[in-house]
Write a protein that binds this ligand. Structure first.
Ligand code: HEC
Ligand code: HEC
Ligand code: HEC
Length: 353
């Protein structure tokens, strides 16, 4: 008896495979984006998507930063303007006709975020949605960056006409075509996790841009940003934003140091952690350090802390020296060092240009 059942099952399975193969092999399934999915298929796909997100988005809460931080919101708006707006449109605006005939259609952003909490939005933006146009975050291992976009989405008032919140106008941001102004929308208008470029030499900036473009230095935000300019423009942008050694030499920032807990660690190190200043201190003429390490004095605290975490966790690589220096830092030491270097701010007048 069991033998008959087995044979029947084998035959049924064989027929099933044959039908499947003919659908694939003879092109029986209509892949035209014009006809739409059969009603059942759309429902099935979307319900699967919703349940899948709800199930998987649950553990995101632990690392959630303060989503009302204005720098985080502005950074997210800057990324949204080129990374999301082409498909989902600015809040309250029309999507392009070509986008409206995508299948599935990207919903207008206010519809897209409806019913999702911050952790779920984080999951969707990080992972994308397979077999739809919804892309995954451009860099793996950068869930920290995704929160800025979530912060922006959470700040959008439900009625786009409402003047309730002053959030950057993404529609205007997306129309900026001149590369310098484009870069400045983040690097000069936003602080927090966005670095001050005027601490770097043009060579350091150009090298960073190439590392982002190749993906060697993972950042979904900067990978998107460099894709908006031509590689031929990298050198000119680096020259425009960077500081030149002669400007750095009359930089008064070293006078304003206060005593903060990070000082001893930065200047003397410990058994496990080398003295940061050996490499990051200013060079002999008060210009760039001979080691090629960037100046950290006056850099933004949130940026410094974030980069130190990335070095320690092995997400940012590219300098074995720096990897070794960050390996044994504790969370508290990272916070102290970031605070100490950020506090060594320089006078406004020293800013180049
Ligand atoms: C190339 C077009 C495209 C880009 C770029 C894009 N999306 Fe999407 N997005 C889609 C499509 C298509 C869907 C619909 C997926 C579905 O129906 O299952 C979607 C779905 C979503 C959803 C879930 C909506 C729902 O069905 O509940 C959210 C939220 C979302 N996108 C946010 C974003 C954000 C934020 C960005 C930028 C970081 C972004 N998208 C970039 C095409 C895009
Ligand atoms: C949407 C905001 C945004 C835009 C637009 C943007 N950046 Fe950035 N940039 C960032 C953030 C955030 C980081 C930090 C990346 C990280 O965490 O790895 C960064 C990092 C950098 C760095 C590395 C600095 C360092 O200390 O190593 C350089 C160089 C840079 N950006 C240059 C540019 C240039 C040039 C442009 C214009 C083509 C540009 N950025 C456009 C947000 C932006
Ligand atoms: C032996 C030399 C050396 C030592 C010691 C060192 N660094 Fe670095 N650091 C570097 C170099 C080189 C880079 C640039 C690497 C790159 O861009 O690939 C760097 C990069 C960094 C960056 C990223 C800066 C930016 O603009 O993106 C931070 C933050 C940093 N170091 C902090 C520290 C701290 C804090 C310490 C002490 C715990 C330290 N470093 C010790 C050589 C060193």
């Amino acid at each position: 008896m069991s033998r008959t059942i087995l044979i029947t099952l084998a035959v049924v399975a064989g027929l099933g495979a044959l039908v499947g193969a003919s659908v694939v092999g003879f092109g029986l399934y209509n892949v035209s984006a014009q006809s739409g999915h059969l009603p059942g298929v759309s429902w099935l796909l979307h319900t699967t998507f919703r349940h899948s997100v709800r199930l998987r988005a649950q553990d995101g809460g632990a690392s959630m930063p303060d989503l009302t931080d204005p720098d985080l919101i502005a950074l997210g708006a800057g990324h949204f303007a080129t990374g999301c707006l082409p498909c989902h449109a600015a809040p309250g605006r029309q999507r392009a006709a070509a986008v409206r005939s995508m299948l599935p259609e990207p919903p207008p952003i206010l519809e897209a975020i409806e019913g999702w909490g911050p952790s779920e939005l984080h999951w969707i933006i990080q992972n994308g949605a397979r077999m739809t146009g919804m892309p995954a975050w451009p860099a793996e291992n950068r869930p920290d960056e995704v929160w800025s976009v979530v912060a922006y989405l959470e700040a959008i008032p439900p009625d786009p006409g409402a003047p309730a919140l002053r959030i950057p106008d993404t529609a205007t941001l997306s129309r900026i075509r001149d590369p310098q102004t484009y870069c400045a929308t983040c690097h000069e208008a936003v602080a927090g996790p966005v670095p001050d470029l005027s601490l770097l030499s043009p060579a350091q900036i150009e090298a960073a841009l190439r590392a982002f473009a190749s993906g060697q230095r993972p950042s979904g935000i900067m990978q998107q940003a460099v894709s908006q300019v031509r590689p031929d423009d990298f050198a000119a942008l680096a020259a425009y934003f960077g500081v030149h050694p002669q400007d750095a030499s009359d930089d008064p920032r070293r006078e304003v140091t206060r005593r903060l807990p990070g000082a001893s660690l930065a200047q003397r190190g410990t058994r496990d952690v080398p003295a940061c200043h050996a490499c990051h201190g200013p060079g002999a003429a008060g210009s760039f350090a001979a080691t090629g390490a960037p100046l950290l004095d006056g850099q933004r605290e949130a940026y410094l802390a974030r980069q130190l975490h990335l070095w320690r966790e092995g997400v940012r690589t590219g300098s074995a020296l720096m990897t070794a220096a960050a390996r044994d830092l504790t969370d508290a030491q990272i916070a102290e060092l970031a605070r100490w270097y950020a506090d060594r701010g320089r006078a406004e007048t020293a800013r180049p240009r």
